[in-house]
Write a protein that binds this ligand. Structure first.
Ligand code: COA
Length: 256
């Protein structure tokens, strides 16, 4: 059985980590499977949104596979962390909108993985944290960079330097997650359905404008926004949006 499964529907894919007996920890097979899924979906024109979740009832993802890591020689650890980051970046930089549907444990690399998604939905039993400093390492798959950009430096430092865990309510209060829901996958699907109705080129360009603009000075950021906007001007979908408005109907976007 594959460690990462993909349910392919036309505009929406569901990628699921399938290692529940290890709480969906990020071992080599899981990392390779997620990287392949991210690369595959990037090439599918029809897909607009991807839901990312974990199998079983206990965990979204318990982070690095600590069993696999035990006894791993230093060069292998370095190589693995590079591969882990390659996978995380493939999701974070994906042209598609990724929604993490999180339940149970979401720790270490599991939280770093969730931070690569564009949106996060949490079930009430979520337990989140970056415990790496408790294990003699630090969050090395984007956690020290993505978390402060999302919730601010002071809050990120508190979580990273104490390695403490937070529950779903606190994650919502801090802005780590967008929504809390009784059924995290159903809530992620509802959000995804909204995203899937929108113009695909607009989604990709809005995501680029936000993600790459955040670190720029305001003037440069506004110029970057314009660069992304310009991509949408010659599209059929822009004309379709205007026509649909005039005709009082829902637009039919084609990603062209
Ligand atoms: N890597 C490898 N195996 C893991 C794992 C991980 N990160 N997290 C859990 N597992 C394994 C356990 O070793 C156990 O295996 P076993 O049945 O062969 O003994 C199995 O998953 C179930 O774990 P258990 O602790 O009994 O389940 P739980 O539901 O009570 O608790 C966690 C789940 C995730 C809270 C707990 O396992 C935990 O704290 N894991 C470590 C998380 C961590 O520190 N990650 C950061 C790494 S940087």
């Amino acid at each position: 059985m594959s460690r990462v499964t993909i349910e392919e529907r036309e505009t929406l894919w569901h990628v699921r980590i399938n290692a529940p007996e290890r709480r969906n920890a990020l071992g080599g097979e899981v990392v390779d499977g997620l990287l392949q899924a991210a690369e595959k979906v990037a090439e599918k024109k029809a897909v607009r949104c991807v839901i990312l979740s974990g199998a079983g009832d206990k965990a979204f993802c318990a982070g690095a596979d600590l069993k696999e890591r035990q006894g791993m020689p230093e060069p292998a650890v370095r190589a693995f962390v590079s591969r882990l980051n390659q996978m995380m970046n493939a999701i974070a930089n994906s042209p598609k909108v990724w929604i993490a549907a999180i339940h149970g444990a979401c720790l270490g690399g599991g939280l770093e993985l969730a931070l690569c998604a564009d949106l996060r939905v949490a079930r009430a039993d979520v337990m989140m944290g970056l415990p790496e400093v408790r294990l003699g390492i630090l969050p090395g798959a984007g956690g020290t960079q993505r978390l402060p950009r999302l919730i601010g430096v002071a809050r990120a430092k508190e979580l990273i330097l104490t390695g403490s865990r937070i529950d779903a309510k606190e994650a919502l209060r801090l802005g780590v997650v967008n929504r809390m829901a009784d059924d995290h996958e159903a809530a992620a699907h509802a959000l995804a359905e909204e995203v899937c109705k929108r113009a695909p080129i607009s989604l990709t360009q809005a995501k680029r404008a936000l993600d790459l603009g955040l670190d720029l000075h305001m003037d440069a950021g506004l110029r970057w926004e314009r660069t992304c906007y310009d991509v949408t001007i010659p599209t059929q979908d822009r004309l379709e949006g205007l026509a649909a408005f005039a005709e009082r109907r829902a637009p039919q976007y084609k990603g062209e």
